[in-house]
Write a protein that binds this ligand. Structure first.
Ligand code: F6P
Length: 547
């Protein structure tokens, strides 16, 4: 295998690489001072979202270099391949057809027909639970639904369910269990009645340790309430591509919902994996979520690269990652209900693009997936914004804001939105030494005090951000937002010439986990293991000696 560089793929790479030094003397503020129309010029609207990328270190020259990269990478062709079902996941020889999960109109393809059938089956299940037709083993109606899953079988449904809280119909309470840490399922079950609880075992592989262990615990909890093995089916449904394994677990074949190989786990919330979402908001709103994503799919398919929201989002990260030298990106949703979005995007972007081998198996010598992190605003302002404003790391930031709230505290929504805008303004404009001195002088400090404090109050500014605005957080706008990030992630994979849809890197840890578990169970710790691993296992066994 030889090692690939970006200059192997892009003829204009040397010009792009020079841009970092070229931008040393150009500030964001100067770009706005020079062009009163900059915000308008560097904003794009589609599918209910507006992307304002004007507060980034980009001008016509930089953008033309980036669009040339996108053309050389044949992003337009790659979009077509993704959406028509080419096997873009080459190492697993599969398509990545999450867009088919939200197709619109008459079902034509086999995938679309399967999706329609599954949505119909989901609707029947939900209606039977809502109506009380579906009862537990002792005849009680179902009051609580618990999704047992992890990764893509948890993060997406959990995030969307939280994000759409204002749309919950409260017909059942929806909960999530993911971690193998027994604390999560114990804490939850302490508040639930097994006789009126329905568990969704969500696992594409039906072999994920965490999910199977939690499902076994749930099964015993239900059995302990007097349920017979024959009646277990009244308390369990499953979503999996491994039907035989689900039946072996004890789930009735009629209660197993499909998830197909052409749907990646982190791209699956639109499938039956979205059952908890649909339980929480109802199928009509679930369909609106799908419609919002479909609207973004159409935009992604049809908009020219220069006006294509996911493509622009990808090029901005590519620019900061590979030209400007940043290895992290922050997502700061100014919305309490979007508080789980950063965690969801961590799996979406980092499990998709945390790769170091090209699609053809060559090593690569450039940065690919960056560290995605964030938390909802305004909380972050009282946590890590100090570093964003005065630290030594510059991170591209996505601010996400809504113009309207679903609650009646309009004045608080005003403060929330104002802070979001002010943060991006402060990061961009900064505050220089003279201004800091003048402020301290106006507070009556002595010259000596001013000289000492003022340097600490300087905000360098010139720090980038993108702001995504929507009228309100609804099933439609949330669907469009998530689909935009899915397509951004894929576009970055195309630019980096990597496969965004496999995840071979999660296997070694899982394998060694079984070996460590065996060493704990047998107390026979391999002598050729490193002393740290050996010492840690020994400490666990000493602390948990059973005698
Ligand atoms: O993290 C590895 C992974 O396979 C993810 O890609 C996936 O979303 C998660 O584990 C859960 O997998 P499953 O749905 O098969 O239980």
């Amino acid at each position: 295998m030889n090692t690939k560089s970006l200059s192997d793929f892009y003829s204009n790479w040397s010009q792009l690489a020079e841009q970092k030094s070229a931008w040393q003397n150009t500030t964001l503020q100067s770009l706005f001072d020079a062009d009163s129309n900059r915000a308008e010029r560097y904003s794009v609207s589609a599918a209910g979202l507006e992307l304002d990328y004007s507060k980034n270190h980009l001008d016509e020259k930089a953008l033309s270099l980036l669009f040339s990269v996108a053309e050389q990478a044949d992003v337009a062709g790659a979009i077509k391949k993704l959406l028509r079902g080419d096997h873009v996941n080459a190492t697993e020889d599969r398509p990545a057809l999450h867009s088919a999960l939200r197709f619109e109109g008459q079902a034509k393809t086999d995938e679309q027909k399967s999706v329609s059938e599954t949505l119909e089956k989901m609707s029947k299940l939900i209606n039977s639970v809502y109506s009380g037709t579906w009862k537990g083993h002792s005849g009680k109606v179902i009051t609580d639904v618990v999704n047992i899953g992890i990764g893509g079988s948890d993060l997406g449904p959990r995030m969307v369910t939280k994000a759409l809280t204002p749309f919950h119909n409260k017909k059942v309470n929806v909960h999530f269990v993911a971690n193998i840490d027994g604390a999560e399922i114990s804490d939850l079950c302490a508040f639930l009645n097994p006789e009126s609880t329905l568990f969704i075992v969500a696992s594409k592989s039906f072999s994920t340790l965490e999910t199977l262990q939690n499902a076994l615990t749930a099964r015993q909890w239900v059995l302990n309430s007097g349920c017979s093995h024959e009646q277990l089916a009244k308390h369990f449904v499953a979503i999996s591509s491994k039907v035989d394994k689900a039946i072996e677990f004890g789930i009735d074949a009629d209660n197993i919902y499909p998830i197909w190989d052409w749907v990646g786990g982190r791209y699956s919330l639109w499938s039956a994996i979205g059952l908890p979402i649909a339980f929480a908001i109802g199928m009509d709103n679930f369909q609106k979520l799908l419609a919002g994503a479909a609207s973004m799919d159409s935009h992604f398919a049809e908009a020219p690269l220069e006006r294509n929201i996911p493509v622009l989002m990808a090029l901005i990260v590519f620019w900061y990652s590979n030209v400007m030298g940043s290895n992290t990106q922050a997502v700061l949703p100014y919305s309490y209900h979007l508080q789980l979005l950063p965690a969801y995007l961590q799996q979406l972007e980092m499990e998709s693009n945390g790769k170091s081998t090209t699609r053809t198996g060559d090593k690569l010598d450039y940065q690919t997936g960056s560290i995605v992190w964030g938390t909802e605003g305004t909380n972050g302002q009282h946590s890590f914004h100090q570093l964003l404003h005065q630290g030594t790391i510059t991170a591209p930031i996505d601010f996400i804001a809504t113009l309207k709230a679903h609650h009646s505290l309009d004045h608080q929504h005003k403060f929330l939105f104002a802070n979001c805008v002010a943060q991006s303004q402060a990061l961009m404009a900064g505050r220089d030494l003279e201004t800091s001195k003048a402020e301290l002088e106006s507070q009556g400090l002595s010259e000596e005090e001013i000289a000492f404090i003022a340097p600490h109050k300087v905000h360098p500014g010139n720090r980038p951000s993108t702001t995504i605005v929507m009228d309100a957080l609804t099933p439609e706008t949330l669907g469009a937002l998530v689909a935009a990030y899915e397509h951004k992630t894929y576009t970055l994979g195309v630019l980096w010439n990597i496969n965004s849809f496999d995840q071979w890197g999660v296997e070694l840890g899982k394998l060694l986990g079984t070996h460590v578990t065996t060493a704990i169970d047998t107390t026979d710790i391999p002598t050729d293991w490193d002393s740290s691993t050996r010492k840690l296992i020994q400490a666990f066994n000493d602390a948990n000696k059973k005698f």
